[in-house]
Design a protein around this ligand. Structure first.
Ligand code: GLY
Length: 329
């Protein structure tokens, strides 16, 4: 960077109140950053491994990142063993499984559904909102009507096993504000971001949300800029974890904007986590993690607590990687 460019960059960083994370402040995290030259898919948690296979089937045939992320997260939405995404998801406090999802391509086209019940693939409904309407977001009964009008597959939720768990929980647990467990055993959202062979970026995010949440609660996952943000000029980011904390800092948008101002994907993910840490006095149970890819194929991740992992598929392999983190539980 030439001196004048550097000074201009410094002024922008100063004006935005952005402070690049110093390596010295990062006590516990191991360093992880990668780069790929071909198509790439990243997705949250170990359920991302199967989802990445779905996405890769599209990318290896020369398909678009947008098609890949939709097909990829549909694998998780259809997985009846998954308790935090799609048909197998846990209900809210009143026994309703309410689904949130969004999709976005690098050209700023996006669609989203929230508080949607009884539809097997909310991500595909979100894509239809993007492609068939003038809107970005449909919620609740309106989203359901739209999905039925367009013939989207219905599904009975909660499934029997989940209903049984819920009934037990109802008997034992009356604490409305108990924080959810978000760890490698209780896998939270699937957020997926991808780059196709033409360098085009896209992302998708889908969840049944915080188990036993209040009826009507919507998390970060369907909110463009919180659970997902993609800008072809810069890169893509997605989030997982406690949605309320991610919304408070417009998490995925924050990560992309930090990359726009010179942060690497991992530095940007880390700064988003640190911002959440700085805004909360009580960090107990407050796990959040971010994944990011920049437009050149550099990628990174970061989480507040240990235990967040993500699946990366490139031309070499599909593998699970432990994200760097700020603190142990
Ligand atoms: N991150 C998913 C949620 O909070 O609903």
């Amino acid at each position: 960077m030439k001196r004048r460019q550097f000074i201009r960059f410094g002024a922008v960083v100063g004006a935005l109140g952005l402070v690049k994370p110093s390596k010295a402040t990062n006590i516990m995290a191991q360093s992880f950053e990668g780069k790929t030259n071909g198509p790439l898919v990243l997705s949250t948690w170990n359920h991302g491994l199967a989802a990445n296979e779905g996405a890769w089937a599209v990318l290896q045939k020369g398909g678009t990142a947008l098609d890949a992320v939709e097909k990829g997260v549909m694998v998780t939405e259809a997985d009846l063993t998954n308790r935090s995404v799609g048909v197998g998801g846990r209900p809210d406090r009143e026994g309703h499984v309410t689904l949130d999802a969004c999709i976005m391509s690098g050209d700023a086209r996006c669609g989203s559904v929230a508080f949607l019940e009884g539809i097997a693939h909310p991500v595909s409904v979100a894509r239809a909102v993007m492609e068939k309407t003038q809107h970005v977001m449909l919620v609740g009964a309106g989203a359901k009507k739209f999905a039925l009008d367009y013939g989207f597959q219905q599904a009975k939720m909660p499934i029997d096993e989940v209903k049984k768990d819920y009934e037990q929980w109802r008997k034992e647990n009356k604490d409305l504000f108990k924080k959810p467990e978000i760890n490698h055993e209780n896998h939270d959202t699937i957020g997926m971001i991808a780059m196709d062979a033409n360098g085009q970026l896209a992302g998708a995010c889908t969840t049944s949300g915080w188990a036993y949440k209040m009826h009507g609660r919507v998390g970060d996952s369907p909110i463009i800029g919180a659970g997902l943000f993609v800008d072809q000029e810069v890169g893509a980011a997605t989030a997982t974890g406690l949605g309320e904390a991610i919304i408070r800092i417009a998490g995925s948008h924050t990560v992309v904007e930090l990359m726009r101002h010179g942060f690497s994907p991992q530095e940007a993910c880390k700064e988003a986590c640190m911002r959440i840490i700085r805004k909360h006095n009580d960090l107990s149970g407050l796990q959040c993690g971010f994944l990011a890819i920049d437009k050149d194929g550099n990628y990174g991740a970061y989480s507040i607590y240990a235990g967040f992992n993500f699946a990366k598929h490139d031309a070499q392999k599909n593998e699970l990687i432990d994200a760097p983190f700020d603190r142990n539980w």
